[in-house]
Write a protein that binds this ligand. Structure first.
Ligand SMILES: Nc1ncnc2c1ncn2[C@@H]1O[C@H](COP(=O)(O)OP(=O)(O)OP(=O)(O)O)[C@@H](O)[C@H]1O
Ligand SMILES: [Mg+2]
Length: 352
């Protein structure tokens, strides 16, 4: 976990996405998790544009609404950022302890980060010894822009909350995967396709081998439907959701073309990773999540492009919940959208 201000207390996961804000709260028992609270509030279209916060008042209001309607008492929050708000690099450094690296990380990071080091918060995870040169260690460097973190700190404080853990979308999805399915022994790509951004994270044994965010997602479908079929954005959004059940060949054509361009982009990233990996490290499994995984035909398109079965990541697979409080059908409906939120809620505060 890349906790900024970690503390050992309960927290709620709040995923601020460009189409909606999601809140998840879980109770951690010894080895299992129980779902306590869950909610989604849609955001106005213009609140987050190109992954940037444009209308913070609307976001604050959505967070407040969620917390009030669910009666949340916990004040500490875990949230996450993605895209160009954060830079993630795998680097090689001379072998050293975590404590030593803690002292040196800013200095080491400087050459890998295209911003003034004073403007970023630098975090890291030691992945292990380098298999080629045992005198070196592989380190995952995570640098996030301070001004963006501060925007999120303000949003939560305006909503009467405290940002306790700042995470990264791709790592929250990984957390949701691992806590539901265990740590994969094979190399697996986790692909989370949201409204504005697609997070790709290649993992094995609890470590990230490669990660990339691409600015592609559900908005693209809505825009294509608007442009090519002449609907306004609300009509286009509704048609995108219903495409599977409408008999509208033109609509299906637009969606299939967009599926194709998304699938191609996923293929490009996976090929890029595979081309740098040893044979044993090639991707052999893939899980998809995010609201777009529900788009008509996308899963099949990705499957065809990759020649590999694409599995759905269910963030509730291993969560206990009371069926009187949470309708299993509803949970199934929204599961793809909740991967980041569940991953955030499952953060054990203070762990790294
Ligand atoms: N049933 C559905 N059919 C098709 N698309 C859907 C469906 N449900 C949600 N979506 C689409 O999924 C997207 C929302 O997914 P998600 O909640 O993962 O994104 P987000 O977190 O709000 O955005 P981001 O993380 O990209 O900023 C929207 O574009 C929405 O239209
Ligand atoms: Mg999202």
């Amino acid at each position: 976990m890349f906790g900024l201000f970690s503390r050992k207390k309960d927290l709620v996961g709040i995923d601020i996405g460009s189409s909606s804000v999601k809140l998840v709260q879980v109770l951690a028992d010894k080895d299992s998790f129980q779902l306590l609270n869950l909610g989604i509030v849609p955001l106005p279209h213009e609140a987050i544009v190109d992954n940037s916060l444009m209308d913070t008042a609307a976001v604050v209001q959505a967070v407040k609404d969620l917390v009030a309607s669910l009666g949340i008492k916990t004040r500490d929050v875990a949230c996450s950022i993605s895209g160009n708000a954060v830079i993630i690099r795998k680097i090689l450094l001379p072998a050293m302890t975590s404590e030593e690296l803690e002292e040196q990380i800013s200095w080491e990071a400087e050459q890998y980060i295209p911003f003034d080091i004073k403007d970023v918060h630098v975090d890291f995870q030691i992945l292990g010894a380098d298999p080629v040169d045992p005198g070196k260690i592989q380190v995952l460097l995570v640098a996030s822009k301070k001004d963006i973190i501060n925007d999120y700190v303000s949003i939560f404080s305006d909503a009467g909350l405290n940002l306790a853990v700042m995470d990264v979308d791709a790592f929250a999805v990984q957390n949701a995967f691992e806590l539901n399915y265990g740590q994969p022994e094979v190399v697996r790509a986790l692909v989370n396709v949201g409204a504005g951004i697609m997070n790709i994270n290649v993992i094995r044994d609890g470590s990230t081998l490669f990660t990339r965010d691409v600015q592609m997602g559900g908005h693209q479908y809505t825009e294509e439907i608007q442009k090519q079929l002449g609907f306004n954005s609300d009509e286009a959004e509704a048609r995108k959701m219903l495409a599977g059940s409408l008999s509208d060949p033109l609509l299906k054509e637009v969606i299939e073309r967009t599926n194709e361009s998304l699938a191609q982009e996923i293929r490009r990233s996976i090929d890029f990773y595979n081309s740098t990996a040893a044979n044993d490290d090639r991707i052999s499994a893939i899980s998809i999540s995010g609201g777009c995984s529900k788009i008509y035909g996308l899963q099949d398109a990705v499957q065809a492009r990759l020649g590999m079965e694409v599995e759905l990541l269910d963030p509730f697979a291993n969560l206990r919940y009371d069926e009187k409080t949470f309708d299993p059908e509803y949970l199934k409906e929204i599961a793809p959208l909740m991967a980041v939120g569940v991953g955030l809620a499952m953060r054990r505060v203070g762990d790294k």
